[in-house]
Ligand binder design. Structure first.
Ligand code: HEM
Ligand code: HEM
Length: 176
């Protein structure tokens, strides 16, 4: 059923690709931080936090843009595949919320402030070892889930493009 546009609008495409690059960078830097110590680790952590909070802010704008600009299912795709794609995207969005929220809670419950490029965030929670433990576990688990989802997601996009030769990837790049 036609409900919206055939392709993503320019803003959706920009949000998607800028967020994708930042999120992949955050995963790489997150893993690197795990094996570091000393001032270098804290420098990298400051950047990790700033870009992580930025992703959460961008997500608000992204969701508003997405709901005000609905997109049709890819032409010729089965109802089952369309549902699967929506479920996959839903899980990606869930991880994009869980990662920064758990990161902020993990930092603040450990008694550390959170800044986004020098701009201090309000304190949402006080020091708590229990909350810190949960937030840390969520951050680690959701990051593993995110890695699996991204691999499946990018793999599916490439499969659509090169094997099925449909418009799936094009409508997130230069298709109209
Ligand atoms: C989309 C956003 C984010 C992504 C994808 C991300 C990803 C990651 C990853 C992959 C790790 C390594 C985890 C592990 O291997 O166990 C990590 C660690 C960490 N992240 Fe994030 N992160 C994000 C946002 C944030 C935010 C907003 C904060 C804080 C304000 C934050 C604070 C931390 C801290 C403190 C660690 C180190 C935890 C430790 O010492 O074990 N992250 N992050
Ligand atoms: C790295 C290679 C990537 C490729 C080739 C790619 C490709 C695509 C394509 C073609 C779509 C549109 C799918 C459709 O029309 O049904 C899409 C949507 C989406 N992608 Fe990616 N993507 C990549 C990375 C990422 C990353 C890293 C994330 C976030 C973690 C992400 C999150 C999303 C989300 C949430 C949507 C749904 C957009 C919406 O309908 O609201 N993507 N991607």
């Amino acid at each position: 059923m036609a409900t919206g546009n055939r392709s993503y609008n320019l803003l959706s495409k920009l949000f998607h690709w800028v967020s994708a690059i930042i999120i992949i960078g955050l995963i790489v830097v997150g893993q690197m931080m795990e094996n570091m110590e000393g001032p270098e680790k804290f420098e990298l952590m400051g950047l990790h936090k700033s870009f992580g909070v930025l992703i959460l802010l961008v997500l608000f704008a992204r969701v508003i843009n997405r709901f005000t600009n609905p997109v049709d299912d890819v032409a010729g795709i089965s109802a089952m595949n369309a549902k699967l794609a929506k479920a996959g995207h839903g899980l990606l969005y869930l991880c994009i919320i869980l990662m920064p929220v758990s990161g902020i809670l993990m930092s603040q419950s450990g008694g550390h402030g959170v800044e986004m490029f020098g701009l201090a965030l309000p304190t949402f929670v006080g020091e708590s070892e229990a909350l810190g433990g949960v937030a840390h576990a969520v951050h680690g688990l959701a990051s593993k889930a995110l890695i699996v989802l991204i691999i499946g997601h990018a793999g599916a996009a490439l499969y659509h493009h090169f094997v099925l030769k449909d418009a799936t990837l094009k409508r997130m790049t230069h298709g109209s």
